[in-house]
Design a protein around this ligand. Structure first.
Ligand SMILES: *Cc1c(COP(=O)(O)O)cnc(C)c1O
Length: 380
């Protein structure tokens, strides 16, 4: 059994993938070929957001968003410590300071009440919360495991304090909150097409989304070394952040069946939740009213029994599991300089000790799910 099965999907659409790749080989426009704009248009329409800018990875999408919003040294960027390294890495990379805010224990997404506390404290330069006086500038909420963060409250807070919002939608492309899709939130949204993400290509890829024409123009410039209107006069400092034409061609084939795959993921998740909700030694994911997750991961919290016991029992039956994330970012060596310590974000730290994820993908069979649940049930 596989944690994420990409082979079954490939079998389904192999002809279309092959045809799309052959088209690229025939026209030879490997850099910024016509498939890029076609994909941008289709995904912008799906998300219902005016501008889409393809780029080289989810990490580049976040980096380009920060550059477009002119975030830099002296600026505070508020984000979750319970996420993949890339979210906070790009903040530090451009010389701004990540300010971590603990998560909600049910959704694992940034806690809006704590976010407002941290922003208010930064306004009064309360240095007990971070090492130096900073200018609060931006919030990067993460849609963890495919579930949108609480943008209603986060966007209200951002407006109140005059901050930008960048949606880290690397795990949530296809998710919804009351008919509004992931990547339609914040000033800029950033998603990833890493193969294991809900919409993945066959390598690295990503995309920025924005409703603002000026930001879209800045992102298109930043994507190609900050190019300006004259070929040899660059307007700003940017990156080499283009999406490959071949990856766009693969994504066009995959996107044809993507809406159906989102439904298959949601059916598989509902089945897990139904079969596992009686288990007293674990807590299944809680999805608040009005939200539809795209289930990048199906993550469970263990209570009263060791996570290791579950993982070992599953492994004995060749069922793979994973831990997202075993170490919150504030405790990682890379962020040592920020001066955080163990105990600073108790909800994130607790989740990192008790969480684990079980196989999740659109082609998970009922038979496999029953097998997984039967093993888990021996420990309930
Ligand atoms: C995967 C991921 C990224 C980075 O995406 P890449 O395409 O791998 O660069 C950023 N943030 C989160 C939350 C992710 O899961």
């Amino acid at each position: 059994m596989q944690f994420i099965d990409l082979a079954t999907q490939q079998t389904r659409i192999k002809e279309q993938i092959d045809a799309n790749i052959q088209t690229v080989l025939a026209h030879g426009r490997y850099i910024m070929g016509p498939e890029i704009a076609e994909l941008e248009n289709r995904l912008a329409e799906y998300v219902n957001c005016r501008h889409a800018i393809g780029c080289a990875s989810g990490t580049d999408a976040l980096l380009m968003a920060l550059l477009a919003l002119d975030v830099g040294p002296g600026d505070a960027v508020f984000t979750s410590p319970f996420t993949f390294i890339a979210t906070a890495e790009v903040i530090q990379l451009i010389g701004a300071t990540p300010v971590f805010v603990d998560i909600d224990p049910t959704t694992f997404n940034i806690d809006p009440a704590k976010l407002e506390e941290a922003i208010a404290a930064s306004k009064t330069h309360d240095t007990s919360l971070y090492p130096q006086p900073l200018n609060p500038k931006c919030i990067i909420p993460v849609d963890l495991f495919g579930l949108l963060a609480d943008y209603e409250r986060i966007e209200a807070i951002a407006k109140k304090y005059g901050l930008f919002v960048i949606e880290d939608a690397a795990q949530s492309f296809g998710a919804e909150y009351r008919e509004k899709k992931a990547c339609a939130f914040g000033h800029i949204a950033a998603t990833s097409f890493f193969p294991a993400k809900p919409l993945g290509c066959y390598g690295d890829g990503g995309m920025c989304f924005t409703g603002d024409a000026k930001l879209a123009e800045a992102l298109r410039s930043i994507r190609v070394h900050g190019k300006g209107s004259h070929k040899y006069d660059n307007a700003r400092i940017g990156v080499n952040g283009r999406l490959d034409t071949l990856q766009a061609a693969v994504l066009l084939a995959k996107f044809n069946i993507f809406p159906e795959e989102v439904e298959l993921r949601q059916m598989a998740a509902a089945r897990y939740t139904e079969l596992l909700s009686q288990c007293s030694t674990l807590t299944v994911p809680g999805i608040p009213e009005g939200y539809a997750s795209v289930w990048a991961q199906y993550s469970i919290l263990t209570n009263g029994r060791k996570r290791d016991d579950f993982q070992k029992a599953l492994k004995e039956d060749n069922i793979p599991t994973a831990i997202y994330y075993p170490k919150p970012l504030h405790l990682q060596t890379a962020f040592k300089g920020l001066g955080y310590k163990s105990g600073d974000f108790p909800i994130s730290e607790d989740a990192s000790e008790r969480i684990f994820s079980i196989p999740m993908h659109p082609y998970l069979t009922e038979e496999d799910q029953t097998k997984i649940v039967n093993v888990i049930n021996t420990l309930c």
